[in-house]
Design a protein around this ligand. Structure first.
Ligand SMILES: NC(=O)c1ccc[n+]([C@@H]2O[C@H](COP(=O)([O-])OP(=O)(O)OC[C@H]3O[C@@H](n4cnc5c(N)ncnc54)[C@H](O)[C@@H]3O)[C@@H](O)[C@H]2O)c1
Length: 251
């Protein structure tokens, strides 16, 4: 028996959303919620309209909020509209609609101030770190700042309204699922550390739906040998046990 059966996914037509729509639909009733008509059945709604959003979330028990501008290079203007205002509206409408758990697409970039060299894609070889979940965030971009705001909205709505929250600090999931597409590029190190396979992504979100938890963040990466995120606490809190390892693609 699942903890929650009625799942809503915002941004369901994006890269992560398509993986989750496909991977979760066997065990859950999954509803796509998008800002435009897309090539899948979807509830279309304006994310700047809290009343309309509340209607769109009616009956949703656990809401996976993916809808956002996912670029670390995004301008402040775009971040405010798509990642801050739209996220606030999603939380508020979720509360009004009676959503019980928010599962929020945060990002590895909330921590990358600790690790990067010149760009968000280049790990600093002099900074051999293994970051633990309670370590202080160190955002590398306006994008990362917006995701920390989302995590903090999650804390506020949990403390004030009792809405459960899991903040998913997702690593790097790509449509083709093959991390070796970055071989020889400046992004190779970063990919080897941060890769998230499609099946581990589905499993992490299944754990985020099912775990007995009030508020937590989580590192959502595969079991990469070169990971810079420590997975122990995430495994303990969510029961997430990733199976894939990016190194298998580089031999
Ligand atoms: N792909 C990754 O590796 C990765 C890593 C870390 C975090 N994330 C996060 O996961 C989520 C999904 O990422 P993705 O790679 O699938 O991106 P994507 O660009 O493929 O999909 C994003 C979706 O969000 C929607 N969207 C954008 N602005 C919106 C708004 N204002 N209101 C409602 N919907 C809006 C888009 O229409 C699209 O459907 C994002 O929040 C992103 O920040 C992704």
């Amino acid at each position: 028996m699942s903890r929650y059966r009625e799942i809503g996914i915002t941004g369901a037509n994006g890269t992560v959303g398509r993986v989750l729509m496909e991977g979760l639909r066997e065990d859950y009733s999954v509803r796509a919620i998008t800002r435009r008509a897309v090539d899948m059945p979807s509830t279309v709604v304006a994310f700047d309209d809290i009343e309309a959003l509340t209607g769109a979330f009616e009956g949703v028990e656990a809401l996976i909020h993916l809808g956002a501008n996912p670029s670390p290079d995004a301008s402040w203007k775009s971040i405010v509209e798509n990642n801050i205002d739209a996220t606030h509206n999603t939380f508020e409408a979720g509360r009004l609609a009676g959503v019980k758990r928010m599962i929020f697409a945060s990002t590895n970039h909330t921590m990358h101030g600790h690790t990067i060299r010149t760009t968000p894609e280049t790990l600093d070889p002099d900074k051999k770190v293994r970051l633990e979940l309670p370590d202080a965030p160190n955002p590398d971009s306006f994008y990362a700042v917006s995701k920390l705001l989302g995590e903090n909205l999650g804390r506020l709505y949990f403390e004030k309204h009792g809405i459960e929250f899991v903040g998913m600090r997702i690593g790097w999931l790509i449509q083709e699922n093959d991390p070796s597409t970055k071989v020889g590029t400046s992004a190779e190190d970063y990919m080897r550390a941060m890769w998230l396979s499609h099946r581990d992504c589905v499993e992490a979100h299944r754990c985020a739906i099912e775990a007995e938890v009030g508020f937590t963040n989580a590192y959502v990466i595969s079991r990469n040998d070169r990971r810079v995120f420590d997975l122990d606490e995430t495994e303990r809190v969510l029961g997430y046990r990733p199976q894939d390892n990016s190194e298998a693609w580089f031999r």
